[in-house]
Design a protein around this ligand. Structure first.
Ligand code: THU
Length: 130
């Protein structure tokens, strides 16, 4: 499945009545599957979740943990990047080389790597887990 189509479709279902800012995210795994998510806001504002968090949850629920590519889409004047918390969430399952495609409603608007977005990430090595 196309990463752009999956993220765009998920974005349509975003629950964003408070910000009015709908976001879609899609992940392609190393096995080639695609998982998508959207932001889900809550009247208790801090309980809202980001599109990336939803896509990660769908991936993990399906039994996958290795991210190969990420795409985030929003209707924004400058390409939307994952928030700080989502950079860390992605970093749990993606290496620094993983491409993060930034899209607006007209298509791809930019491309970075997760390492660009989160240099010096706190990871398992800091916990002496590897
Ligand atoms: N949001 C995301 O879902 N992903 C991002 O990468 C940036 C921000 C959401 C959170 C909130 O529902 C809305 O966008 C405005 O911040």
């Amino acid at each position: 499945m196309d990463l752009m189509d999956a993220a765009r479709a998920a974005r349509e279902n975003a629950h964003a009545p408070y910000s009015g800012f709908k976001v879609g995210a899609a992940i392609r795994t190393r096995r080639g599957m695609v998982y998508a998510g959207c932001n889900v806001e809550n009247v208790s504002y801090p309980e809202g979740t980001c599109a990336e968090a939803g896509a990660i949850a769908a991936m993990v629920a399906a039994g996958e943990t290795e991210i190969a590519e990420v795409l985030v889409i929003a209707d924004s004047p400058v390409p939307v990047t994952p928030c700080g918390g989502c950079r860390q969430r992605l970093s749990e399952f993606a290496s620094p080389e993983v491409p993060v495609i930034l899209a607006d409603l007209s298509g791809e608007a930019g491309r970075m790597t997760l390492g660009d977005l989160l240099p010096g990430a706190f990871d398992r090595a800091h916990m002496a887990l590897d």
